[in-house]
Design a binder for this molecule. Structure first.
Ligand SMILES: *Cc1c(COP(=O)(O)O)cnc(C)c1O
Length: 235
């Protein structure tokens, strides 16, 4: 596809990749250590197809129904090699469904969700990568996330299952907070978790507005929506 929308996405993608490169370079890191997850929520499967054509392989979605319907529209050939990260808040009754199609669940924030995911993954004969979403300041429970004090128990709950592989931590910078300070705190928590779970070395942090701060603090995954796809339609 080389319609106007594809060209727009290509330009945005180039600009985001350039920001990632610049931020990695400024931090003395290799840009290859930072994976781009394009958050395609609210945008149609046609945009996902365009982005696949432009070389994007990792997508993020935050709503079960939207994510499952959208990615089910991809043909088997299109879906091959594409990894879908679920980044939204999960209820335990939805977790089972998400386990049927997501490759990574970044937003696990309580043992009940971990248990539901593991059970459903077993039923689907699948393995899931899991990141623990951390609530960095406790000021906005609506966004989800485990409080730092509860992180060790949650990490053990995930690591103790056969179906879930604990790969790291995820966070959203608290509203109004200095993102550099927030992501530095996340990096500290990541180091603590790795003492017990050395393979949980991924850090998903940084969105369109703060990816530079996240990469400076060691992010291995950035989750970018609007900087690639444009402003989201009103919710
Ligand atoms: C929507 C969303 C993003 C992307 O946000 P942008 O600011 O549009 O880049 C990243 N992470 C999560 C958890 C999201 O829900």
């Amino acid at each position: 596809m080389s319609d106007a929308r594809t060209q727009e996405l290509a330009r945005n993608l180039d600009a985001v990749r350039e920001r990632i490169r610049g931020a990695a370079q400024a931090a003395g890191r290799d840009a290859d250590q930072v994976r781009l997850v394009v958050v395609s929520k609210y945008f149609p499967v046609q945009d996902v197809r365009r982005l696949i054509g432009l070389g994007v392989t990792e997508f993020g979605e935050n709503k079960d129904q939207e994510a499952s319907a959208k990615f089910a529209e991809l043909g088997e050939g299109e879906r091959t090699g594409v990894r879908l990260h679920f980044v939204g808040q999960l209820q335990s009754n939805k977790a089972g469904h998400v386990a049927g199609y997501a490759d990574v669940v970044q937003s696990v924030d309580r043992p009940k969700i971990a248990t539901a995911l593991a059970r459903a993954a077993a039923r689907h004969d699948r393995r899931l990568e899991v990141m623990l979403q951390v609530d960095l300041d406790g000021s906005d429970p609506g966004r989800g996330g485990v409080l730092p004090a509860d992180l060790p128990d949650l990490a053990r709950a995930v690591a103790d299952t056969d179906e879930l592989r604990l790969t790291g931590l995820m966070a959203v910078a608290p509203r109004g907070a200095d993102p550099a300070a927030a992501f530095a705190r996340l990096a500290e928590l990541s180091a603590q978790v790795r003492q017990e779970h050395p393979d949980a070395d991924r850090i998903s942090a940084g969105m369109s507005g703060d990816l530079e701060a996240a990469i400076a603090a060691g992010a291995t995954h950035v989750r970018i929506g609007s900087a690639v796809l444009g402003a989201r339609p009103a919710q």
